[in-house]
Ligand binder design. Structure first.
Ligand SMILES: [Zn+2]
Length: 396
């Protein structure tokens, strides 16, 4: 099968599909129009299609001609609450924007379903196509995992792959990934210190929450430098701090919130327990109470070493060696594809999609209202999705 040639024949359709999605972006877990568009794009391919119960996901299962293992391919479908300013003729005007390129992921995944359906007779095993809402902070992947997407074919997927386009940072048409941590864990630390209010002139008759809260903010930074390996870093930034109403009144409470990023399961576990302990310990020393909550948004996205190497080989075979670039460091963004990789070995793969002629070092980043993605990469991305699944299932 020549997947690349077949994919290039689909390029016009994929551009059309992508631009249809781009014009009408939806955000969060409920994407009814997007779901409808996807359902019609994969209609007639002979997939077993189910839709989500608690979210507007689409799961398609393609049965190969012979039995074998299952490979899962994931594309996210949601947009962002960003007002588009690209000036493109297919730009969105509804106040939401596909500023992270998920419209391209959806089109590439639908394209790979078409490609693999054409070659179903060659496949020994099944492919699960995971069309996911709510990647942007809504943990849609966790919902889909909860609804059984990893076992959608009847047996647990053996490998999982996801593509992510970038409007900056990576050269157009280049694929990059790495084994091990590929993206950060994202967490929120919320602390409320409860003291006892009183007169500012008589702190001994009150329990001031401001002083211990300030110590917590500085102690957390010091504790991080004494706890974590510099080569396995943790970043903590306090983004809000609120207390009090007037200079001569000791308030009842002080609260602050921090974003906490980490890059390994070990650092994540340490930072989760440690930040809460530091805050509670300081509160105890002052005789006040701290309610410290550490909420994990997304875990570290950890690529399987062997699967990342398989992606690198497959890109080189399909597109040529010069199209693959090893990812030197993990990205500091985070991804709920980490939920899938917690259950199935696989890899998150980045595809450079800065517009032709634009310098990826200076072009607007993902999430910018000016972010532009070149849909010239669609056929190549769809071919890679298909080839990653097909090679696993013909080699098995
Ligand atoms: Zn994204």
């Amino acid at each position: 099968m020549n997947l690349l040639e077949d994919a290039r024949a689909l390029q016009g359709d994929l551009v059309q599909l992508r631009r249809t999605l781009h014009r009408a972006p939806e955000t969060g877990l409920d994407l009814p129009r997007t779901q409808e568009t996807v359902l019609s794009a994969i209609d007639g391919l002979g997939l077993e299609v189910t839709t989500g119960r608690g979210l507007s996901s689409v799961t398609g299962v393609l049965r190969g001609a012979r039995p074998g293992p299952t490979v899962l391919l994931r594309g996210d479908m949601d947009a962002l609450p960003v007002a588009e300013r690209t000036g493109l003729d297919y730009a969105s005007d509804n106040g939401r924007m596909h500023a992270c390129g998920h419209d391209l992921h959806t089109a590439m995944l639908a394209g790979s379903a078409r490609l693999l359906a054409q070659h179903r007779d060659r496949l020994a095993g099944d492919v699960v196509f995971m069309f996911q809402p709510g990647e942007e902070g809504f943990d849609g992947a966790r919902h889909m995992v909860g609804e059984g997407v990893l076992d959608a074919s009847g047996s647990r997927a053996e490998a999982a792959y996801a593509l992510h386009v970038m409007s900056a940072g990576t050269g157009r048409g280049r694929f990059t990934t790495r084994g091990g941590p590929a993206m950060a864990a994202s967490n929120v630390l919320t602390v409320t210190v409860r003291g006892a209010g009183g007169h500012g002139s008589m702190p001994h008759r009150a329990k001031d929450p401001v002083q211990p809260a300030c110590e917590m903010v500085t102690a957390l930074q010091a504790w991080i430098t004494r706890t974590f390996d510099v080569f396995d870093p943790v970043v903590l930034s306090v983004g809000t701090f609120h207390a009090g109403t007037q200079q001569n009144v000791i308030p009842e409470t002080a609260t602050f919130e921090a974003t906490v990023r980490s890059f390994s399961p070990r650092a994540q576990a340490l930072v989760k327990d440690g930040t809460v302990r530091v805050c509670e310990g300081i509160a105890a020393a002052y005789g006040v109470r701290a309610e410290a909550r550490f909420d994990e948004l997304y875990p570290v996205t950890v690529n399987d070493e062997a699967e990342a190497a398989y992606v690198a080989r497959t890109v080189a075979e399909l597109h040529g060696e010069e199209r693959f670039e090893p990812m030197a460091q993990p990205l500091s963004g985070s991804e709920d594809f980490s939920r899938v990789l917690d259950g199935v070995p696989g890899a998150m793969v980045v595809l450079g999609a800065a517009p032709e002629g634009a310098d990826p070092d200076t072009s607007p980043n993902n999430h910018s209202p000016y972010a532009a993605f070149d849909d010239g990469v669609l056929a190549d991305g769809a071919a890679l999705y298909a080839r990653l699944a097909a090679d696993r299932l013909t080699a098995a």
